[in-house]
Design a protein around this ligand. Structure first.
Ligand code: FAD
Ligand code: SIN
Length: 546
């Protein structure tokens, strides 16, 4: 019901994009060819997981590689849960999407072809689980370069308005407005973090591109924005999630008391870096034929077990056998960041630990980014298309975001021609703050944040048991009750909104983990230590209550 006291105007666009990482920006640029676009992003426009991506984008661009090999590597890493058609489509459409990125101004690193008189070709990197060199990169700052190229293109596009420091709270759907007929997404409520007003945005098409949820864990490679807001918003609106138990832990996050979160790219292992225990043993040799370059789930578990056995706080990644000029040229960001913490990676091994990195599950979509709500699309890390299965192959996520954002636009054009995505005839409501108070107990919000993240790390981490999962279920239920009370009684702040989302996403991870009675890929439960063929090709669906 409209709130007449709220003076904030309703903003109307042809497309609303929630998030300004690779998925949101790619979609926005393409959408702008067909109408006006609002990009709503909760912090500075470049702040995203995309901006921190190091290794690069996996795609078949060399004569020595093939779609079939890339498909096989993806399926092998995905441990029997990848969707075949999705893998084939994303892998085969990747090279065209990468060409478009290059047209926009993205420059990938090149190398001189030996004995060619100076002719250059793409310098392809290698990462865990890849049987070929196929990672296009820009040294070790690939994400920053992509974000820069996309934001540059956005800046000169008159059809696109970027709303920074705008926090999407919830989706507005026809069902919530009690309009009869199939459920449609009509817009979103958004907190303007500068004016503190809650604004209504309206559009017949909304793209969720809000990224992942690394912050649900105490230790993560993800920046602060990764609080699972998109999954939480979609679930509250009635969209199922799939495979949320498959949280990818990156094996090598820098271990240093002053480094909040800094990834040591797998590409370093691709160039010969070797994982070693504190005793100096190259322990991956015994674990897998690909040794330090085995798929991530295997490497992260081996590190976890090595640390538990030795009682050490970390293991080491050693690349000192490579020449200093090579290391400094190929990994300038890792070299200089480690140097800042007093570690010269050309001379000494790097202390590393695993940390939560990537959400393989997410909001259920098809290959066109469509959800079960008309007009609501999702792309990038927030979505579960079926590409990653039980464990994502390194550098496949930037690829997936590019392909799905492109396909979503094509699908939207078809739906529009069929008259299925018209502007809403119903007046959208304005937010009612009622008599909400300023939160007087910020300390409780901060405490709950810490409690969730620590509990998830301790009970729902790399190695799980039924007992720990059941404990986690109990704790999260209590916390959600408390947070619910806060949400309805106090004025909304970004911290409170994130806490509410984090708690919901944590409970989805816990419940999904409890449902899967086997170990597969990233989900490892000591009570069911082996894969069970009955679970192969079976997604763990969480269906919102009506
Ligand atoms: P993001 O890039 O995370 O963007 C999400 C956007 O949504 C942000 O702008 C955020 O502010 C905004 N947002 C979130 N919630 C809200 C809200 N409520 N309201 C408004 N805005 C909101 N993948 C690879 O393929 N190759 C790599 O080399 C690689 N390296 C990585 C290195 C690091 C350190 C990390 C953390 C990840 C890496 N990944 C890599 C994973 C990859 O970067 C991400 O999966 C991908 O960038 C996700 O893109 P996205 O557009 O879906 O989301
Ligand atoms: C890395 O550079 O190790 C990260 C690659 C990825 O997560 O895909």
């Amino acid at each position: 019901m409209p709130d007449m006291d709220n003076k904030t105007p309703i903003r109307s666009f042809d497309f609303i994009v929630l998030g300004s990482g690779i998925a949101g920006l790619t979609f926005a640029l393409k959408a702008a060819e067909h109408g006006s676009v609002a990009i709503i992003t909760k912090k500075h426009k470049a702040e995203s997981n995309t901006n921190y991506a190091q290794g690069g984008i996996a795609a078949v661009t060399s004569q020595e590689d093939s779609f079939e090999t890339h498909n096989n590597d993806t399926r092998e890493a995905g441990a029997g849960l990848c969707k075949d058609e999705v893998v084939r489509t994303i892998v085969s459409e990747g090279p065209d999407r990468i060409d478009e990125l290059i047209q926009l101004g993205m420059r990938f690193s090149e190398r001189e072809i030996p004995d060619s008189g100076g002719v250059k070709e793409l310098d392809l990197g290698k990462e865990g689980g890849h049987s070929k060199r196929r990672i296009l990169h820009c040294k070790d700052i690939t994400g920053r370069a992509i974000e820069h190229a996309l934001l540059n293109a956005i800046a000169s596009n008159d059809q696109i308005t970027v709303f920074e420091n705008h926090f999407a709270i919830d989706l507005i759907t026809s069902k919530k407005l009690r309009v009869s007929g199939a459920n449609r997404c009509l817009g979103a409520f958004v907190l303007n973090c500068e004016s503190h007003a809650i604004e209504t945005y309206s559009a017949p098409v909304v793209l969720l591109a809000t990224g992942g949820c690394g912050k649900v864990y105490l230790y993560t490679t993800n920046p602060d924005i990764a609080t699972g807001d998109g999954v939480a918003m979609a679930y509250r609106a009635g969209v199922p999630t799939a495979n949320m138990e498959f949280v990818q832990f990156h094996p090598t996050c820098l271990y240093h008391s002053k480094a909040k979160t800094f990834l040591i790219s797998e590409a370093l292992r691709g160039e010969g870096g070797i994982l070693k225990s504190i005793e100096g043993e190259a322990f991956m040799e015994k674990q897998h034929e690909m040794a330090s370059l085995a798929p991530r789930d295997i490497v992260a578990r081996a590190i976890d077990s090595n640390m538990k056995r030795s009682g050490a706080d970390n293991v080491f990644l050693d690349i000192t056998h490579k020449s200093a000029p090579f290391i400094m040229n190929r990994f300038p960001n890792i070299y200089s960041t480690c140097m800042k913490y007093g570690i010269d990676i050309t001379k000494e091994p790097i202390p590393v630990v695993p940390a939560a990195h990537y959400q393989c599950g997410g909001v259920v979509t098809n290959l066109n980014g469509e959800t079960n709500i008309t007009g609501l699309f999702a792309a990038g890390e927030v979505a579960c298309t079926g590409l990653h299965g039980a464990n994502r192959l390194a550098s496949n996520s930037l690829l997936e975001a590019l392909v799905i954002s492109h396909r979503a636009i094509n699908r939207i054009q078809i739906l529009k021609r069929e008259g299925k995505l018209t502007h809403s005839k119903h007046e959208l409501p304005k937010w009612k703050s009622g008599d909400a108070q300023d939160p007087d107990e910020r300390v409780v919000i901060a405490h709950n944040w810490d409690e969730i993240r620590r509990m998830m790390w301790d009970y729902v981490g790399i190695v799980r048991t039924n007992k720990r999962l059941l404990r986690a279920r109990k704790r999260i239920a209590n916390l959600r009750e408390e947070i619910h009370e806060f949400y309805w009684n106090f004025k909304l702040t970004p911290d409170l909104l994130e806490l509410r989302n984090l708690a919901l996403v944590a409970s989805l991870i816990i419940e999904s983990a409890l449902k899967r009675h086997e170990s597969r890929g990233l989900h490892y439960n000591l009570d069911y230590p082996a894969p069970d063929p009955r679970w192969q090709q079976k997604d763990t669906l969480m269906i919102p209550e009506e």
